[in-house]
Design a protein around this ligand. Structure first.
Ligand code: HEM
Length: 447
């Protein structure tokens, strides 16, 4: 099938001397092709226009997209800001860490980052908290024998994220409902009337924020208790500059959003890859049997190199964050091009994740590239988590939960004498934006 581009828009145009990709539709621009076929769209643009071009993101406007690996350095550039993210999703991400810059960003990030480092996660007992939840879910899959994978991993990740926040089990159904309504804010038309997605989404956001405010109050009142929110609150209260609780509340909301679909998608791809590559499954089972139990602390992860390689290679082949938006605050030089101040930029992590300029045999799924490496993990190896001041706070958490998940899956299914099998086409219906994910319809059997 050809790409979803507008056949009536074929004119080649330049904007600031940089070519504009033809094929945009009125209102939605290139979004139909960006969402359903981003890798092919980027390749076509590179072939026909070169390494720098404009893509039209509909309501978010035109983003100058650059496929030269130099573009990765923009994530660390002092004259590049992330305020564009707040303009694209003001209702849901406005005021959160990911939209702040400079010292305001540093202060807000310093307040929560320690809780997400290996030590913070270990002290808060996150691995011990997650292991039984993951094991129970995987056992339920074994009993059912067949599942729709992304629906299941989405549900499991939401549960783990709520547990991480310390939400009591009896409140989970209500949080689930409010969270789904909150997500509607991403696509809600700007119609503020009773019953509209915008009105419902805002009400859900206010409900979630009010609950978070209560958690923060509780954490202060029982400061001897441990847990991630407690740790965040105490680090926040210790910081030198007084920050308002609004910053903390907005960032609790960001944590819910940032960790859910990204990790659920990666988890689903892990199962799909294990199902379609029997030798991967065999290697994982061998490791799981050797370690014998689901690891719970970061220090234990070194004993699971296959599961770690699986997490890294799956994310390299299927990066969940396909493109990060930025804005040039000053005029910039990017390769041979001058980029005027104020330009909106799109940094396509998805392209760099499988670029031949950065990886050997980029289209091949190879655990060996991780298992045989001798050097430490560098920025290019984890570019799927971004880079620079906004690099993902959840990196160590994702690493822990995906290794826990892989080992739990291998132990449970192997004990029952079954393995994962792909029951439908995993390539059909993939989405690439705003989060990249397999189709909701992909089914996995255990037999
Ligand atoms: C496979 C899973 C994940 C992927 C691929 C991923 C990817 C990313 C990327 C690319 C960024 C940088 C965004 C930018 O520069 O504009 C980011 C930022 C962030 N991520 Fe993740 N993420 C994942 C999971 C998580 C989890 C589990 C959490 C926490 C529960 C989390 C929390 C955050 C936060 C708070 C930021 C903003 C950091 C800042 O602006 O300083 N992420 N993530």
């Amino acid at each position: 099938m050809d790409m979803l581009l507008n056949p009536l828009n074929r004119r080649h145009r330049l904007r600031h001397d940089i070519p504009v990709m033809p094929g945009a539709f009125p209102m939605v621009g290139h979004l139909p092709a960006i969402v359903t076929d981003m890798p092919r769209l980027l390749r076509r643009a590179e072939r026909t226009l070169g390494s720098h071009f404009w893509l039209d993101f509909g309501p978010a406007g035109q983003l100058m997209t650059c496929l030269d690996p130099d573009a990765l350095a923009l994530l660390r550039h002092k004259d590049v800001s992330s305020t564009l993210i707040a303009e694209i999703a003001p209702e849901i991400l406005g005021g959160t860490l990911v939209t702040l810059n400079g010292s305001a960003h540093r202060q807000a990030r310093d307040g929560i980052k320690a809780a997400f480092l290996p030590r913070g996660l270990t002290e808060a007992g996150i691995g011990e908290l997650f292991a039984p939840v993951i094991r129970a879910r995987v056992q339920a899959w074994r009993d059912r024998g067949e599942i729709t994978i992304l629906r299941e991993t989405g549900d499991l990740m939401l549960k783990l994220t709520f547990y991480l926040m310390g939400i009591p089990a009896q409140d989970l159904p209500e949080w689930h409902r409010k969270y789904r309504q909150l997500l509607q804010l991403i696509v809600a038309p700007p119609v503020d009337l009773p019953g509209t997605p915008l009105r419902r989404g805002r009400a859900a956001r206010d409900w979630i924020d009010a609950q978070s405010r209560q958690f923060i109050r509780d954490a202060r009142a029982h400061s001897a208790r441990t847990g991630l929110i407690n740790d965040m609150v105490s680090a926040f209260d210790r910081s030198e500059d007084a920050l308002s609780d609004d910053v903390l509340v907005a960032n609790v909301r960001l944590l819910l959003l940032a960790g859910h679909e990204t990790t659920a998608s990666t988890m689903a791809w892990i199962v799909i890859e294990l199902a379609r590559q029997p030798e991967l499954w065999d290697a994982l089972v061998e490791e799981a049997q050797r370690v014998g139990a689901v690891p719970t602390r970061h220090a234990d992860l070194a004993q699971c190199p296959v599961a770690e390689a699986l997490f890294r290679e799956t994310l390299r082949m299927h990066p969940a964050s396909s493109l990060v938006p930025r804005r040039a605050t000053q005029e910039l030089q990017l390769g041979q091009r001058r980029i005027p101040a104020g330009t909106s930029l799109g940094i396509p992590l998805l392209h760099f994740s499988t670029s031949a300029l950065l990886h050997e045999a980029p289209d091949q799924f190879r655990l060996a590239r991780w298992l045989q490496r001798t050097g430490p993990i560098g920025p290019v190896d984890m570019l799927q988590f971004g880079s620079g001041p906004h690099v993902c706070i959840g990196y160590h958490l994702v690493w822990l939960e995906l290794v826990q998940f892989s080992i739990a899956l291998a132990l449970t299914m192997h004990k029952a004498g079954v393995r994962p099998r792909l029951l439908s086409d995993a390539e059909k219906g993939r989405r690439y934006y705003p989060t990249a994910q397999p189709s909701m319809k992909v089914r996995i059997g255990f037999s």
